[in-house]
Design a protein around this ligand. Sequence first.
Ligand code: ADE
Length: 241
Amino acid sequence: MKIDIITIFPEFFQPFLETSIIKRAIEQNLVTIDLHQLRDYAHQKHNKIDDTIYGGGVGMLMQFPPFYDALEKLRTKNTHVIMLTPQGKVYKQKKAIKLSQKKHIILICGHYEGIDARVDNFIDEEISIGDYVLTGGEIPAMILSDSIIRLIPGVIQQASSEEDSLQNGWLKYPQFTKPDSYQGFDVPEILKSGHHKNIENWRKRQSILKTYQKRPDLIKTIKMTDEEKQILDEIKSKTDK
Ligand code: ADE
C-alpha cells in the first residue's frame, strides 16, 4: 500500500510517521507514505498557491494548477484520490476497511476557504472526519492514514483488528488486566474461570449491552445474527422495566 499526501504543511506529519505502530509499519515496508509539498508545484512567485475568488467572496482559494500538476505526477490508473473536506461523507470504520484494500491512495489536504472547484474532476471521493470544521485537512489525513494502516495485514495482530470495537458493528466488551482486585474493585469472576465458552458468551452479551447503553444510534446499522437479536431483546426487556 502506498499513500501520497499533498499538503502545504508536510512537517505536521513527522511525529505521526516517526512514532509507534505507524513507524514500524513503514520500516517493515508494509506501507509507504510520501509527503508532497504543494508549494513545490506553485506557478506564482514566492511559491504562492492561493488567490482571490472569481465573482467576489471572502478570503482566498487554493489554485487549480498546483493540484493538477501534483496529481498528474503522482496518479496512476490504480490510484484512489481522496479530498479531506467537511463537505465529504462522514468517515466510518467500514470505509477504513475498504480503503485498507487499495493499492495506492492520494490524500489531498485543503486549507483557507477551499480549493478551486476544477480539482473536483480528479477526486474519487470526498471524506469528512466529522461534522465540525478544522483549520485544514492535515489532521483528517492522519486519522484516515492511521485507521487504514492498522488494518493492513501484518501491521498489528490480525485477531486484534478483527476484535476491534465497530469492526463487526458492536462496541468492544470491557477488558481487565492484573491485579484482579484493587481497593475493592474486582475483575469479574467469569473471566478467571478458564471456561472459554462462558467467557465468549459473557463478552458477546457485554458488547451488545455496551452498544445499547453507549451508542444506541449504531444498532440500526448492524447486521445482527439471530443470537445477537435475541440477546438484545433480552437486554431491552430487562433495562426497560
Ligand atoms: N477539513 C476541515 N475540516 C475537516 C473535517 N471535519 N473533515 C475533513 N477535512 C476537514
